[in-house]
Design a protein around this ligand. Structure first.
Ligand SMILES: [Zn+2]
Length: 463
């Protein structure tokens, strides 16, 4: 029931955002000024900074008429990872939308490597600089300011708008999972991570799995007997390193067959990979991915652990992937009498890394609305897939359609002199506001004068 946006509404939103460009950048600068890195639990500034950031956002949302709900997400690197859920009730009869973003950032690293202060939020050369400007306080500012622009234009949405702000994304925390579970269910979610104005309705599934293999210890002096055993040598050692290598080779074959047999139009060919990332093996036994001791290679190793990073396509399910991987390893093991009798052990969702895929229809109304607004603004944009995992996954897991769309380029995230282009930030603010109007429906309430603005809208450049 989306309403095609008439030109005066489009122009009105654009003029409003341009007229309040200074305020929008001021809001973003302020957000950047809170030093909120979450990856170092020793960071003494974080608890105060996240509280201040939370208070700043709460104040802003309250001022716009949102009602707030807040709680602490499951502790991660810190005991305090506040979640902020704002609800702006619509007048009724429209679709709802959630806007999701994180305000935690990665550490600034070597501040000497920065030309701009990481916590300064300085605006020069058409860019706003600072840690988190791109990933993703820029997106958080744009999504909140989009709602403000609608209100400032004297328009009221029919559907409800929810703002979900979390503070544990950089430590793969639970904030967004809890939002998707606890907060009112939206009809669509936008995650405003940096996408260079592209619209990303799909992302692959991500899974970490550990495979453990047990061997049998034996003095290295008897290695020959395990290779060329005689009858008298039965019960010889079994090398867990070599059994592990067998499994790595087998999964390389599975990876190739995946690449040849599966695909998705919005993700690179061969995106579905099985990456052996950790290989830990040795004598003396082990468990949980750790060796009991590090000795020397004079004993046949009896423990091996391989940890994999697995990407799978949006149209696949984790159950299918588990069946494929375990089935392949078990099939190989059937031809190895030792492995047949001592099957490898699998631990899925290792360290809570188990992101379901997102597979929103690229032709979804909101995706189309974003694209057509960007086109109208003269901004080049395309529909593509996300090559990594985002908080969109937790909404997708509950069957909520959504997309990733935000200002800035992921390529400059997590690096010195991180920035977000000013033009991106304002264009994303406009596009989100227009998508909200189109998806949620709107009415004029109360009428207010048009802000003084420029003429026909064009894409602001300088990215
Ligand atoms: Zn991010």
């Amino acid at each position: 029931m989306s309403t095609p946006l008439p030109d005066p509404v489009f122009q009105r939103i654009c003029k409003q955002v341009d007229a309040s460009g200074g305020d929008i950048l001021g809001f973003l600068s302020r957000l950047v000024s809170f030093p909120t890195p979450t990856q170092n639990p020793e960071d003494k500034n974080y608890p105060d900074a996240i509280r201040a950031c939370h208070a700043f956002l709460s104040e802003a949302l309250k001022g716009m008429g949102f009602t707030l709900d807040t709680w602490m997400a499951r502790p991660m690197s810190f005991p305090e990872h506040p979640v902020l859920v704002g609800t702006l009730k619509g007048s009724g009869g429209g679709h709802s939308m959630a806007l999701n973003g994180h305000v935690d950032v990665v550490p600034a690293g070597d501040e000497g490597a920065w030309k701009h202060s990481p916590w300064g939020g300085e605006v020069t050369d058409g860019r706003l600089w600072g840690r988190g400007a791109c990933d993703m306080k820029g997106g958080v500012a744009a999504m909140i300011q989009a709602v403000k622009a609608i209100r400032d234009c004297g328009l009221r949405l029919r559907g409800d708008v929810y703002v979900h702000v979390v503070s544990d994304e950089e430590v793969v925390g639970f904030g967004s999972r809890e939002c998707a579970e606890r907060a009112p269910r939206p009809d669509f979610v936008l995650v405003t991570e940096p996408t260079r104005l592209n619209v990303l309705p799909v992302e692959g599934g991500l899974e970490h799995v550990r495979i453990e293999i047990e061997g049998r210890e034996e003095h290295a002096g008897r290695r020959y007997s395990s290779i060329y055993p005689r009858e008298a040598d039965r019960g010889h050692g079994v090398n867990a390193v070599e059994k592990g290598v067998q499994i790595v080779r087998a999964l390389q074959d599975l990876e190739r067959s995946w690449a040849l047999s599966k695909s998705h139009p919005l993700l690179p060919a061969g995106f579905n990979t099985l990456l052996p990332g950790i290989f830990m093996s040795g004598p003396g036994g082990g468990s949980g991915g750790q060796l009991n001791m590090i000795t020397n290679p004079g004993t046949t190793p009896n423990y091996c652990c391989i940890e994999y990073n697995i990407w799978y396509y949006p149209q696949e399910t984790l159950d299918e992937i588990k069946r494929d991987v375990e089935g392949y390893v078990n099939a190989i093991s059937r031809y190895d009498p030792y492995l047949k009798a001592h099957p490898p052990k699998f631990t899925w969702g290792l360290r809570n890394i188990s992101f379901p895929p997102a597979n929103t229809d690229p032709d979804h109304e909101v995706v189309n609305s974003l694209l057509s607004s960007l086109q109208r603004l003269g901004c080049p944009s395309q529909i593509t897939g996300f090559n990594a995992a985002s908080d969109l996954a937790w909404y997708a897991a509950r069957g909520i359609p959504g997309a990733i769309f935000g200002p800035g380029d992921l390529a400059c995230a997590h690096s010195p002199d991180e920035f977000v282009p000013v033009s991106d930030t304002l264009n994303v603010t406009k596009a989100i506001a227009l998508a909200l109007l189109s998806w949620c429906g709107y009415e004029t309430y109360p009428p207010s004068p048009l802000p003084k603005g420029k003429g026909e809208q064009t894409c602001l450049t300088g990215r």
